[in-house]
Unconditional design. Structure first.
Length: 382
């Protein structure tokens, strides 16, 4: 099997699963309990929190455990709205966000908040000057993803941050779900970023785990009220085993990050260079440092994306259409629509998303199968 759908989810590593199982079986106490069993669980959980914080050179108190990216996005957006509604109800975001962000914004719009959706260029990138123009006295939040999940565009987070230094009361949130292990921590944790959202299953941790970086001094209202866990910011009995396993997965990712990024670039380049000259192929993701190393989106114009996905599946190669969160619902690709990509191309778009396990040999096999499939598709197209 060749698995090229790592942006949808990654396989939990055996070592990470072993950690999860051991904690479940041996350290199963409630971290809020006062007795020794609970204290042991608490200490292990706090050790995991510190390990994650140390990897990013932030404070342990700035790491808040969650269930994943969707919860993190919802919490920062809605938590800001609740916390700062007395100061304003204007929020700025982009037109290419994940559904967890987009739908949160729409929910707030129903409650009387005003949302500005920034346009993107033909590469899916916003213009920082548009952020500056959109800012108002009643703006309370600016939000942008770091890496686009559909085509891999890296957004100008540092440049937006420079603008927002003149607006210290405005929260700046980034969705960094696709950014872990891609060599761009300096963008994610640039000086002006207040909140960054992460999801464990994107980097070989168990599903149902994640965390938010919440800069000290920045306040968010909790979405879940309860027993005061996570310093009252995310209430509910903690998933200790999941968080400890997530910390181990993150340590493993960071240990080999440089080598993995170079390998992903090499695999992406091998495929990119092979398919780029075919008559009916339209490549949407660029192969340079302005795009993430692991995502390559292209179209065989005239063939529906679902058809391409299933054709590769017949050869035990797994790719995707756009975001796995929307593809089964046949939702229009938000990023491609915002880029004004013609429907004839957008409906044919498919995404390769690489991970640490992918190799040049797999790229060569993909290219071989591509040639075979393309020959068949060409008979239909022509």
């Amino acid at each position: 099997m060749i698995y090229f759908d790592n942006s949808a989810t990654t396989q939990i590593w055996p070592e990470v699963l072993d950690t999860y199982n051991q904690v479940c079986q041996k350290i199963w106490g409630n971290p809020s309990s006062l007795h020794k069993v609970g204290e042991t669980a608490w200490n292990l959980q706090e050790q995991a929190r510190k390990q994650i914080a140390d990897l990013f050179s932030v404070l342990p108190s700035e790491i808040v455990f969650t269930s994943g990216g969707s919860e993190g996005d919802n919490w920062v957006i809605k938590g800001t709205a609740i916390e700062k509604r007395q100061y304003g109800k204007h929020i700025i975001t982009t037109s290419v966000e994940h559904a967890a962000v987009r739908n949160s914004m729409e929910r707030l719009a129903d409650l009387g908040f005003e949302i500005t959706y920034l346009p993107v260029d033909d590469q899916g990138r916003i213009n920082p000057e548009d952020v500056k123009k959109a800012l108002r006295p009643d703006t309370i939040l600016v939000e942008s993803m770091v890496v686009n999940n559909e085509i891999g565009t890296i957004q100008p987070i540092k440049e937006i941050g420079e603008i927002l230094k003149d607006y210290p009361k405005v929260h700046f949130m980034v969705d960094a779900v696709q950014a872990i292990g891609k060599g761009i921590d300096d963008i994610v944790f640039s000086d002006r970023v207040d909140f960054a959202v992460f999801s464990g299953h994107k980097f070989h941790a168990p599903r149902g785990t994640g965390f938010v970086y919440a800069k000290a001094g920045r306040k968010l209202a909790p979405l879940i009220d309860g027993g005061g866990q996570e310093r009252g910011r995310r209430n509910g009995t903690e998933n200790t085993a999941g968080f400890v396993a997530m910390a181990r997965a993150l340590r493993m990712v960071k240990q080999e990050e440089k080598e993995v990024v170079e390998r992903e670039k090499a695999v992406k380049t091998r495929i990119y260079n092979h398919i780029k000259d075919f008559d009916h192929v339209q490549i949407i993701s660029k192969n340079d440092d302005s795009f993430a190393p692991h995502i390559l989106t292209f179209a065989i114009v005239g063939v529906r994306g679902e058809t391409i996905v299933h054709a590769f599946e017949e050869h035990d190669i797994y790719i995707s259409t756009t975001s796995a969160c929307s593809s089964k619902k046949h939702v229009e690709a938000g990023t491609l629509a915002a880029m004004k990509v013609p429907d004839s191309i957008a409906t044919s778009a498919v995404r390769i998303s690489l991970g640490d396990q992918n190799t040049l040999a797999e790229a060569d096999e993909f290219n071989r199968v591509f040639d075979e499939l393309y020959a068949g598709f060409k008979k239909i197209i022509d």
